[in-house]
Design a binder for this molecule. Structure first.
Ligand SMILES: C[S@@+](CC[C@H](N)C(=O)[O-])C[C@H]1O[C@@H](n2cnc3c(N)ncnc32)[C@H](O)[C@@H]1O
Length: 312
């Protein structure tokens, strides 16, 4: 590694990643601008499609170069470019897709003539499908066999997180559990204590926690080319990983540096590990036509909330 680690570099990630030693990164997580006209500090998020895809090709090439032979690359991307980038990663960059996860979130930005954006794609890509890190035990969740059927055959460690369509997770009979590959974590909305307040795309720490725990080990190095609010780097630090990141905006980079300075390895991750426990069901919520004194009742904790070993 020729570039300083345990920090964020305020520079263009394509340039910066060229200075990372080849094969030095265990896990890369990238949440690039989606090219949907989002208002960032300095980056212009409305390129011509070909220009955007060429740029993605350039930075993905650097990620792949820096990644170890047994390394993993997770890409977060919107609907607009998910298909093209998945094909590019497989065909041009010779990566293999292990999982195509949907991150389903609430509090998406309301749209007027289309359905409200409430999910992003998370691609788990590896260089070698026979040799990569996947710490299944670090991300297990309670299984239905354990929770519902008290089935003696249940693996006491729980099961790995399948996929399904959910409208509002709080209302799904028996709860929307994270034992599925549609993951429910709320976006870090304006009123949340976790929210840093200076970056609109701040990802929840718990989501990065699952990725970093599953795809890397303590002491290994995590790369994030698009620092944003610094969530990846902050979670990597909390979980005892080494880390290196890039961020184009001087203001965002300075804020990330501050965020990193305020945390220590071993600190708990922000946000609920089991988001449903802190969200009211519709039937428990207050209707707008009801008097204000009718407050939300605390939702009944789900069975899995009290199982040891599944909380941070
Ligand atoms: C979607 S945000 C990342 C959000 C981040 N995952 C988080 O949780 O806060 C993308 C970030 O990439 C930054 N960016 C855009 N182009 C870049 C480049 N060439 N090099 C480094 N950072 C860049 C933008 O300034 C923006 O902050």
């Amino acid at each position: 590694m020729t570039l300083e680690t345990e920090t964020v570099h305020n520079r263009d990630c394509v340039e910066g990643m060229r200075e990372l030693a080849e094969g030095s990164i265990d896990l890369a997580f990238a949440d690039p601008p989606f090219n949907i006209g989002y208002d960032y500090d300095v980056y212009r998020d409305n390129r011509e499609a070909d220009e955007y895809l060429d740029w993605c090709d350039a930075w993905i090439a650097q990620v792949v170069r820096a990644l170890k032979a047994d390394g993993t690359f997770w890409l977060a991307i919107g609907d607009e470019y998910a298909a093209e980038l998945k094909v590019a990663m497989q065909r041009a960059h010779r990566l293999v897709c292990r999982s195509w996860v949907i991150w389903y979130y609430t509090f998406g930005v309301n749209c007027k003539s289309k359905f409200t954006r409430s999910h992003a794609h998370l691609f788990q890509m590896v260089k070698d499908p026979k040799r990569f890190t996947f710490n299944a035990d670090s991300i297990r969740v309670p299984s239905a066999r354990q929770l519902v059927y008290a089935d003696a055959r249940a693996n006491p460690k729980g099961r790995l997180p399948d996929d399904t369509w959910i409208l509002r997770p709080q209302d799904v009979p028996d709860g929307f559990r994270p034992d599925q590959d549609t993951w429910y974590f709320s976006r870090v909305a304006g009123t949340f204590r976790e929210r840093a307040g200076w970056h609109g795309c701040q990802m929840p720490e718990q989501l990065l926690g699952r990725i970093i725990r599953a795809s890397s080990n303590e002491g290994e190095t995590v790369l994030d080319p698009f620092g944003g609010s610094g969530t990846t780097l902050a979670v990597a630090k909390k979980l005892g990983r080494r880390f290196v990141g890039f961020e184009l905006s001087p203001e965002y980079a300075a804020n990330i540096t501050e965020r990193l300075a305020s945390i220590q390895p071993g600190d708990p991750l922000n946000g609920p590990a089991e988001p449903l426990v802190s969200s009211p069901r519709t039937e428990d919520g207050r209707r707008l036509d009801e008097p204000k004194k009718v407050r939300f009742r605390r939702p009944k904790p789900r069975a899995n909330a009290s199982l040891p070993g599944f909380e941070d």
